[in-house]
Design a protein around this ligand. Structure first.
Ligand SMILES: *Cc1c(COP(=O)(O)O)cnc(C)c1O
Length: 422
């Protein structure tokens, strides 16, 4: 459910017509719906009611400070994977005691920043990282609260580039060694292990991989406790999939996920941490773009639009499907055509979709690429010296630019010439 609907023939974000925003800020741009963000957060929280749960929004899925703040106002914490994301979460007003610091390559500087900020816990992904954190904590004279990220070696059956819980992936500590490493952590100076963490992948289309992972985590809790080691918290990561419009079967939602979590963990008496990203932000955002040309090729019709793979990289990177709709509501009886929707970048990979049936288009028309609120703007670049796409947040009848377009002039400004070329 989202709040991007036609009103009087015009596609709106809540009560704001997207064409009006396009006139004001230009295209392309991302737009997020506050009501959708809030709804998704509340549905997720509701599914976990009864658990002692902290919902730490995965900042890497959408790191706009206004988006994080919108969620923090509802009680969300943050899951961050870099020192930069930590800064964003703090700027957004997320309480440090609701911030989890995850990631496979945290540097000593980042670890020190997290300890100084007083984050809830740092999830440790390797023994060298554990040793580094111990040193940093000793230097600062503090004790680091850690979760041990376990790699449960299950196949999340999602896209290869976003699966993280296989034995061969770079993430976490092999579950067969987790006991030993946890015991080692407990004996280390400056380290206080409070629990386990897992995250097996993103855009999971079924829940059975969670079942397998949960069983392994549960077993591990039992053996750690039998050894006299305290396990007070469990961080189950994120990963719930969302409909992008191409799924044949309805996807399991937060309610079914919550049932599974409760069935597996209710009796363990642990504080629970969740790190949803996509399921909160994905359907809460769209990318608006304008048709530059309609090009009739030898065998295909191309809609060449002013957004490209640098603005939304998911189709080219993950072969991801995104629904694309016209911003003017098609009327009954309107003709449709089959198009490849492509950007202006000089790569064939710069293609949003192939042979898609759309209402017949003309240059100047506006289109919306749906379900672009997660892993959209955060992955945008300036490839081909294109301006960095702006972000707009809507709330009811109001909207605000929450990240301005970084213009080409801004990009050129950060370059300088060496003396020998002046
Ligand atoms: C990416 C990531 C998430 C969020 O994943 P979603 O699929 O967007 O829910 C959560 N936790 C960690 C550690 C991650 O790397």
């Amino acid at each position: 459910m989202d709040h991007f609907q036609y009103q009087g023939g015009r596609l709106c974000a809540e009560d704001v017509a997207l064409a009006d925003i396009a006139d004001d800020v230009g295209t392309p741009f991302y737009v997020y719906s506050t009501a959708t963000l809030e709804r998704h957060y509340n549905v997720f929280a509701e599914a976990l009611s009864g658990l002692d749960a902290t919902i730490c929004f995965s900042v890497k899925s959408n790191s706009n400070i206004a988006v994080i703040r919108t969620l923090a106002n509802l009680g969300a914490g943050a899951d961050v994977v870099s020192g930069g994301e930590l800064k964003r979460a703090l700027m957004a007003g997320v309480a440090p005691e609701k911030i989890v610091f995850s990631g496979v390559g945290k540097t000593a500087l980042e670890l020190a920043d997290a300890l100084r900020a007083g984050v809830m816990q740092i999830n440790i992904e390797s023994e060298p990282e554990l040793e580094a954190l111990s040193r940093v904590a000793m230097e600062l004279g503090v004790e680091a609260t850690i979760g041990l990220r376990v790699n449960p070696d299950v196949d999340a059956r999602t896209h290869a580039k976003i699966t993280t819980g296989r034995g061969e992936n770079k993430f976490g500590i092999e579950w067969t060694r987790a006991h030993e490493v946890y015991a080692r952590a407990a004996a280390m100076p400056g380290i206080n292990p409070v629990g386990l963490a897992m995250h097996i992948g993103s855009q999971l289309g079924e829940l059975s991989p969670f079942d397998d992972a949960f069983m392994r985590i549960k077993d591990l809790v039992a053996t750690l406790r039998a050894d006299g080691l305290a396990v007070e918290s469990l961080d189950l990561g994120g990963g719930l999939g969302i409909p992008y419009g191409d799924q044949a079967e309805p996807l399991p939602g937060p309610a079914q996920y919550g049932e599974k979590v409760k069935a597996a963990f209710s009796d363990l008496g642990c504080r629970m941490i969740f790190e949803p990203g996509r399921v909160i932000a994905g359907n809460a955002g769209i990318l608006v773009t304008r048709v530059i040309y309609v090009k009739e090729g030898a065998t295909r019709n191309f809609l060449i639009v002013d957004a490209a793979m640098n603005d939304l990289t998911r189709p080219s990177l993950y072969d991801a499907y995104h629904d694309i709709v016209a911003i003017s509501e098609p009327a009954a009886g309107d003709k449709s055509d089959t198009y490849d929707v492509v950007g202006p970048i000089c790569e064939t990979g710069d293609t949003f979709c192939r042979e898609r049936s759309l209402p017949r288009q003309a240059a100047g028309n506006l289109l919306a690429v749906r379900t672009a609120g997660a892993y959209g703007a955060v992955m945008a670049s300036t490839y081909n010296t294109r301006a960095l796409v702006p972000e707009v947040l809507v709330r009811g009848g109001d909207y605000a630019v929450v990240r301005r377009r970084l213009e080409v002039e801004d990009l050129l400004d950060i370059e300088q010439q060496p003396s020998w070329l002046k």
